[in-house]
Design a protein around this ligand. Structure first.
Ligand SMILES: Cc1cc2nc3c(=O)[nH]c(=O)nc-3n(C[C@H](O)[C@H](O)[C@H](O)COP(=O)(O)OP(=O)(O)OC[C@H]3O[C@@H](n4cnc5c(N)ncnc54)[C@H](O)[C@@H]3O)c2cc1C
Length: 407
């Protein structure tokens, strides 16, 4: 379908969040015109197509946070959606393993959070219990989450895209949005009696295919979220600082050593869950991701005061990550802490993904999902993991707010 120059809702970004938002609006308002503008020649090319593929159950997140609520709701809805649409997934189950006594208090805290967040089926296991789940794993204790699963999020995003097109929405590829302008309502319009039709207030998006005027626009631009928000008049804080997450692949003849998902007890001060072993939907087992500042938009990252504040605080972790990037054998050695039969030579380099992580001016890595709004735009400013898991629930929240703008 040709790209219309006028629409009700424009969504910028054809990743899993933008597509979930477009889908949600077409479901709620069957007559509405919805357009998705994506700069790449295909959908889901960035974070959505390059991640761990884990359907998180909601264990880690601070009770009461958006992540906690939307992850638990989102995982439930995502499984139901995949079942209905025939998107392959597996509830493989996850172990979070404490290697020694020093990690037990942090495991206790995760258990407390998981219970507060109503994570289904979560249980504590001792050293013997964890081997019943993962016979080759070693540790002093673990949390077992049977509801954690795996899926290909790019396949989920394509299914959302099919729903949008089936409902009459337009997906425009090779269409990079460069400029965002607000147009005032026509003269005579008031808040009580807003102008309808072409005279009503609009947001004007200039892009590589011309321009699109919309009654409301939602920006789900991942690593470019801050640039577009600033372009639309929002605060530059927080800024996106991209982190590269690289994965190694386990030799297929060793993959029987890992049945499901084996995670470390993470550092509670960082928003990353740590390097884990995951058996994907296709049966391959990965180790990763690393977390190193990515060269994408590096000049911008270095110009942001928060980057230097973060570097001063986390330089030791950064140095370890750099060593992983230089030597995949060194990276692979970490796997033996959890599954002693694994050796560095069992892994080869695989894919990588760029995390769009928001970093505040004061050097704090922003943990929760962040949305910001202007009169006619809504910006997803921080949607790191578990945003793919939470996509259906997050889209409901975003469309609740977009509808206020549309009405
Ligand atoms: C290494 C890694 C591991 C992860 N693991 C998990 C996991 O196991 N489980 C989980 O739930 N989540 C995970 N995540 C997080 C998850 O992948 C993201 O939260 C999710 O994909 C975010 O989707 P998105 O649509 O916001 O972003 P993206 O998928 O990055 O999409 C943004 C889109 O916007 C487009 N865009 C940008 N600027 C413009 C512009 N100016 N004009 C038009 N289009 C534009 C881009 O081309 C892109 O397609 C992981 C992420 C990474 C990187």
């Amino acid at each position: 379908m040709a790209l219309p120059s006028e629409c009700d809702l424009a969504v910028v970004g054809g990743g899993i969040i933008g597509l979930a938002v477009a889908r949600e609006l077409t479901l709620r308002r069957p007559g509405a015109s919805v357009v998705v503008l994506e700069r790449e020649p295909e959908l889901a090319r960035h974070q959505t197509g390059h991640n761990s593929g884990v359907v998180h159950a909601g264990i880690y997140y601070a009770p009461g946070s958006l992540k906690a609520r939307l992850c638990v709701e989102g995982a439930r809805d995502l499984y139901a959606y995949c079942e209905e649409r025939g998107v392959p997934f597996e509830r493989r189950g996850k172990l979070i393993v404490a290697r020694d006594e020093s990690e037990l208090s942090r495991l206790d805290e995760l258990e407390r959070r998981g219970e507060a967040n109503a994570v289904p089926g979560l249980r504590r296991l001792d050293a013997y219990g964890l081997r019943e789940i993962e016979p080759h794993a070693r540790g002093v204790a673990a949390l077992h989450s049977p509801a954690t699963g795996v899926v290909d999020f790019a396949a989920v995003a394509r299914a959302y895209a099919d729903d949008v097109e089936a409902a009459g929405g337009v997906l425009e590829l090779n269409c990079a949005v460069t400029t965002v302008e607000s147009e005032p309502p026509a003269r005579g319009a008031t808040a009580r009696r807003p102008a309808r039709g072409p005279g009503g207030g609009r947001v004007r998006l200039l892009h590589s295919r011309g321009e699109t005027r919309a009654r409301f626009a939602v920006f789900c631009a991942g690593a470019w979220a801050d640039e577009l928000a600033v372009e639309a008049g929002a605060d530059p804080d927080p800024r996106i600082v991209p982190f590269r997450g690289a994965y190694l692949r386990l030799r297929p003849d060793k993959s029987a050593l890992v049945r499901g998902l084996i995670y470390p007890v993470p550092n509670p001060e960082l928003p990353f869950l740590g390097v884990h072993l995951s058996r994907h939907v296709d049966g391959n087992v990965s180790l990763g991701p690393s977390a190193l500042l990515a060269p994408t938009r590096l000049a911008g990252s270095l110009a942001w005061p928060g980057t230097w504040r973060m570097a001063r605080r986390w330089w030791r972790t950064g140095a370890r990550e750099l060593a992983h990037a230089v030597s995949s054998r060194r990276f692979a050695r970490e796997a033996a802490d959890y599954v002693p039969e694994l050796e560095p030579g069992d892994f080869s380099r695989w894919y990588s993904g760029i995390r769009a992580q928001a970093l505040a001016r004061d050097g704090r890595l922003v943990d929760d999902f962040v949305l910001s709004e202007t009169e006619r735009t809504l910006h997803v400013r921080n949607a790191p993991s578990p945003a793919a898991t939470s996509s259906l629930a997050l889209a409901r929240l975003i469309v609740d707010r977009a509808e206020r703008g549309l009405d």
